[in-house]
Design a protein. Structure first.
Ligand code: C2E
Ligand code: MG
Ligand code: MG
Length: 348
């Protein structure tokens, strides 16, 4: 970089650079240098947005947001790493800004609720527990799904208060179910990467255990693999400490994203959740069948339990059952529902 230029990490895995007089050639050279880092065992995935500043009075956060909006459009696209902001993204930026304002207010106004989706023992058909899934009950937008606001909440640094609310709420409910004659019910809570990598995450989990008095073994925290590739050593340490509290750890959405069979071997795990994209085509496509069977066998061999997500039909249920899998979750047994409905159905 040249004097007067700045590079900074703003949150999670997001970085911003301010460059002076950067022409396309220089930008191309910069990113191809990153692309061409060829250390052993290192694969670098990134998406970059470039916003050319013309109005020097523009709000600096808005400039960063525009670059970020552009970058988001190529996230996950393997062969494209850089995109320039253009007028066609203006609508997305406006929508983003609106959502940001609403989301900040939502925290203030307590607009988040946890829904609960049943998890069922395939042999008995009985409930074994539930996964807490957050919804944003927005006065302006109605019920908003997590996919539409969690990435933004992470970006804005708002995921931690939201996540803690879900964990505490779920632990309290589970303690109540256990006290009401169902000591076997347990509860699952999703943790985002950003939450998991907080310095005091283990303390926060311990505090929830203490305050809610849930039996630690009845709380399972679900993490995804996308984070596992970044800092395996740190991640293993945090997960081990969480497990030392008695809390269980599940690997969510297995088979998607940056999956590696090695993660199963290396990560301290209790449960693997096979992603629903493999269940969708069970019985239709050989790969899905083989994949589910293989993961299930592998898990058995290392004493890790398997839960299958997204079972929608009896046929899928029967196939999964034949494979010897015991825990399933999916619309076939129940959609995520409000706590009142859940407890009416399962607290008898
Ligand atoms: P996930 O943890 O893999 O949750 C499963 C998702 O699949 C849920 O979507 C659920 O409604 C949906 N689902 C379950 N069974 C079926 C089925 O049979 N068919 C179909 N088509 N879908 C099914 P949802 O609730 O929209 O959540 C999406 C993702 O958002 C979750 O994926 C999780 O990664 C994230 N998420 C949800 N709640 C939280 C939270 O409190 N904190 C964090 N950090 N992430 C959360
Ligand atoms: Mg989950
Ligand atoms: Mg999942």
């Amino acid at each position: 970089m040249q004097p007067g230029e700045t590079a900074a990490r703003i949150s999670g895995d997001r970085f911003v650079c301010f460059l002076l007089d950067a022409d396309e050639e220089r930008i191309e050279a910069l990113f191809s240098a990153i692309r061409n880092i060829t250390e052993e065992n290192l694969i670098l995935h990134f998406s970059a947005g470039v916003y050319v500043i013309k109005d020097y009075d523009e709000n600096i956060n808005l400039m960063v947001d525009k670059a970020s909006v552009a970058a988001q459009t190529i996230k996950g696209v393997l062969n494209q790493h850089v995109v320039y902001y253009s007028k066609k993204f203006d609508d997305m930026t406006a929508h983003n800004e609106e959502l940001k304002r609403d989301l900040k207010l939502a925290i203030k106004n307590d607009e988040f609720v946890a829904f609960y989706q049943p998890k069922v023992d395939i042999n008995s058909g009985k409930l074994v527990g539930a996964e807490a899934l957050i919804r944003w009950n927005s006065s302006a937008l109605g019920f908003v799904n997590p996919a539409d606001f969690i990435p933004l909440a992470e970006y804005l640094g708002l995921i931690n208060p939201i996540g803690e609310y879900v964990m505490r709420n779920a632990a309290l409910r589970c303690k109540y179910w256990n006290d009401m004659g169902h000591p076997e019910y347990h509860v699952n809570v999703n943790l985002s990467v950003v939450q998991l990598l907080q310095n005091d995450i283990v303390k926060k989990v311990a505090k929830v255990l203490e305050e809610t008095r849930i039996i630690p073994q009845n709380l399972t925290l679900e993490v995804t693999e996308s984070l596992a590739i970044n800092d395996m050593v740190r991640m293993k340490k945090i997960l081990s400490e969480i497990r030392n509290l008695g809390v269980r750890v599940a690997l969510d959405d297995f088979g998607t994203g940056y999956s590696s069979l090695n993660h199963i071997r290396e990560m301290p795990l209790d449960v693997i959740k096979i992603d629903r994209c493999f269940i969708e085509h069970l019985g239709e496509d050989d790969f899905s069948n083989a994949f589910v069977r293989m993961v299930s066998e592998l898990a058995n061999a290392i004493n890790v339990r398997v839960c299958v997500e997204g079972v929608e039909t009896k046929r899928q249920r029967d196939i999964v059952k034949k494979m010897g899998i015991r825990m399933i979750q999916g619309f076939f047994y129940g959609k995520p529902m409000k706590i009142e409905e859940f407890e009416k159905k399962y607290l008898i």
